[in-house]
Design a binder for this molecule. Structure first.
Ligand SMILES: [Zn+2]
Ligand SMILES: [Zn+2]
Length: 743
């Protein structure tokens, strides 16, 4: 639980009692004003509150780097006896990349302080200062000097942490940050122009990643470019136009957003008037514009503490011996498809994602490659291969975000292997050591042959269970005895059955909406014999191959995360991918749901195309890839079938049709066709009629063994279990962050 802190400027509080009424999260002060600002007394009252001390650098540091560095280090060291009892974080330079902070003559000189040459020289000076201080006083907690807002200190053009022009100012400092600053960077997070008011720069997450929240992007730069799991002290922040009416609301919002991130060590607001009214000293005077400073202070003082969310990163030992540091969820994107083919069913992929996440979190707690790394990139730990990243495995990671399995509230040992051979092994048999209650031998649906250690989840078994219609929770609980999914308690009970009038019957409507979000859709399935009879007299004979739709899955609006693709896989008789041609079409008469569902039967086969999928996999964009909001006409393709007939040269495929949604619904689909042999006289499919009252995990498409009939099925997603009105603002923000790549 954390609270925002106070930046005690070089002046006196307007109301000293107000200041001392506040339990701060941190206090920042200039070295020279510790006494006048009573920081020492303040620290005595709140001994757990970190103190951050700024030493001002000499503006002529560039004249002679070696001499200046030595003198400046000695100056810091000379003050140490006065402050060592409060054990402050110390930074010894501030915003050196501003022209007036490093000896420039005018604003026209600013460009000189945004060049690689400048940063290289500053890094040299910084290293020398830090090195001399640390050599004499290794206990001093030095942190990285902050650069000024708005210059080339990170230079990232986007939110991926890629430096602009191939370089960033921090490039030159990264080694010293690792060796001398304990990977802590001080940061300034202003939003709004001085004198101007641009609310979007705080409230719009994408915009604010350039302004108020740009420290998140810079942390990505550190992880990506330097392999540093950095932490930040947000040492100055605020809307420079403190006169805006919701200034205090903005500050509370910003503090909540920042302090819930475990990578933020402290956040301090300027609060006090500057009685010196130093000309040009904007950061000290802008708070004076605050309409009700005492009210502002009181509200911040009364702000409830912020709960910290774990923001885990993991250190991955790569084959070349380097260590990659990246957020856990990003790491998992390259693990799940490296450990399990991304074309496997979503429920198997989700089970893999949860097992891999749990395994990784145990490794973070107990590094398997101590001391430099938590985990390696090979099967010794978990395979990690970014080249294997696919949309569907990404979706499995996203949908299960943060979920782990636990046993008695502890992380479970989520071992898994390729194939257990029909019966998993207890850990004592597979690895030796005392038996663990959650790693008991269990029977497996897949008969083998055995491949791997056989303890915990069997990947081929997970594959088969998913094919049989089991969801990922069932799979995990089968292989890990008596475990809990970490989010289980959060899942609200299923919605009441229809009859209460609450649920829309997906058979009557094209899609099921809850709280304005699509959680289920209708898809019509036409069997092969009926489908081909629409064009010719060709009939399947017993034993003829045809393409059966073996799985169809909806990713609802949360799961799809803006991806509106229809992902299609075509498998041979063994389940391997095979080259295929896929036909998709949409009605020429563009009708809106649900009336367009019958369009196909009315003879409107629409405009269509046949696409080659040499790899056996492909993706169709719905509509033009991104629907026009509020356009009832703008629907996606509504017909998908495999065109290539493995035997007779004609179409021999089941057909999925009548899906795709209007109104900019960002749902995605995964369809899997597989070669089967036609059998005569097999029973008609039994469509789920009525639709099961309880929204249960994905309803797989019922087996269609042949016969001339048209089935109609509802495809529901597991996420229907999550009631969207339970989504907190915080969760919503997390999702938004994922969407814009800020997580
Ligand atoms: Zn390893
Ligand atoms: Zn098995």
């Amino acid at each position: 639980m954390r609270r925002p802190g106070i930046w005690v400027a070089n002046g006196r509080p307007t109301d000293a009692n107000l200041m001392y009424s506040w339990t701060p999260g941190s206090v920042t002060c200039f070295m020279d004003y510790l006494g006048p600002n009573k920081v020492r007394e303040y620290h005595a009252q709140h001994p757990d509150c970190p103190v951050i001390i700024r030493f001002q650098h000499p503006t002529n540091w560039m004249d002679d780097v070696a001499v200046s560095a030595r003198n400046h280090a000695d100056y810091v060291l000379s003050k140490w006896p006065e402050i060592m009892d409060i054990d402050p974080y110390i930074y010894f330079a501030n915003e050196t990349n501003l022209w007036y902070e490093s000896g420039g003559n005018s604003a026209g000189d600013q460009w000189m302080f945004e060049t690689p040459e400048f940063y290289s020289k500053f890094a040299d000076w910084t290293h020398q200062v830090a090195d001399r201080i640390k050599a004499q006083q290794p206990d001093i907690r030095l942190v990285t000097p902050p650069f000024a807002f708005g210059h080339h200190e990170d230079g990232a053009p986007d939110d991926n942490g890629d430096p602009k022009d191939g370089w960033a100012g921090y490039d030159y400092l990264a080694d010293t940050i690792r060796s001398h600053f304990d990977n802590i960077i001080t940061f300034h997070g202003y939003w709004g122009d001085a004198g101007g008011y641009i609310p979007s720069r705080l409230y719009d997450l994408e915009e604010s990643s350039w302004y108020a929240f740009r420290w998140r992007r810079v942390l990505k730069l550190f992880e990506k470019q330097y392999g540093i799991r950095a932490r930040v002290i947000i040492d100055e922040c605020g809307n420079m136009d403190a006169a805006v009416p919701d200034f205090t609301d903005q500050c509370i919002y910003y503090a909540e957003e920042c302090l819930q991130d475990s990578r933020v060590l402290a956040l301090t607001y300027f609060l006090w008037e500057d009685p010196t009214e130093s000309p040009g000293n904007i950061v000290n005077s802008w708070v004076q514009r605050c309409a009700d400073l005492d009210g502002h202070v009181s509200r911040l003082a009364e702000m409830p503490p912020v709960e910290v969310e774990p923001g885990l990163t993991i250190r991955v030992l790569m084959p070349d011996g380097t260590v990659l540091v990246l957020p856990l969820e990003d790491y998992l994107r390259a693990v799940v498809p490296a450990e399990m083919p991304a074309r496997w069913l979503m429920e198997a992929l989700k089970a893999q994602a949860v097992a891999a996440r749990t395994y990784a979190m145990v490794a973070i707690d107990h590094p398997r490659h101590d001391p430099e790394a938590d985990i390696c990139s090979t099967s010794h730990c978990q395979n990690y291969n970014p080249a294997r990243i696919r949309d569907m495995s990404d979706a499995a990671v996203r949908v299960t975000s943060g979920q782990v399995i636990t046993y008695q509230d502890q992380l479970a040992n989520a071992y898994y292997s390729a194939n257990c051979g029909g019966q998993t092994l207890g850990n004592e048999t597979g690895f030796g050591g005392p038996p663990l209650p959650h790693l008991r031998p269990v029977a497996c649906i897949n008969p083998g042959p055995k491949n791997g250690h056989g303890v915990g989840m069997c990947q081929w078994g997970a594959h088969d269970m998913a094919e049989a219609g089991d969801d990922y929770i069932t799979i995990l609980k089968h292989y890990y005895t008596n475990v809990q999914l970490s989010t289980e308690g959060d899942i609200p009970p299923p919605e009441p059955p229809p009859g209460g009038g609450e649920m829309i019957d997906p058979r009557l409507d094209a899609y099921t909406e809850q709280d304005g979000k699509v959680v289920g859709v209708k898809m019509e399935i036409m069997d092969t014999q009926t489908f081909i009879s629409k064009w010719n007299e060709f009939k399947l004979k017993p034993g003829d191959p045809y393409f059966k739709l073996v799985n169809a899955q909806l990713l609802d609006e949360n799961e799809a995360q803006g991806n509106t693709g229809i992902h299609i896989s075509v498998q041979d008789e063994n389940g391997g991918l095979m080259p295929a041609q896929v036909w998709h079409a949409y009605p020429t008469t563009r009708m809106s749901a649900p009336s367009w569902v019958g369009a196909f039967d009315n003879g409107d086969q629409g405009a269509g195309d046949v696409f080659s999928y040499p790899s056996g996999q492909g993706e169709i964009a719905q509509g033009s890839g991104n629907f026009a909001p509020d356009s009832p006409d703008d629907i996606g393709p509504y017909l998908v079938a495999v065109y290539t007939d493995p035997g007779s040269g004609s179409i021999a495929s089941e057909c999925a049709y009548g899906f795709g949604l209007p109104h900019n619904h960002h749902v995605a689909y995964a369809l899997t066709f597989r070669i089967e042999r036609w059998q005569e006289g097999t029973p008609e499919p039994t469509p789920p009629d009525p639709i099961p009252p309880d929204p249960v995990p994905p309803v797989p498409i019922a087996p269609v063994q042949g016969g001339a009939c048209t089935g109609s099925y509802a495809i529901l997603s597991a996420s229907i279990l999550f009631s969207l009105d339970k989504l907190t603002v915080k969760q919503y923000m997390e999702i938004m962050r994922l969407v814009i790549g800020e997580a």
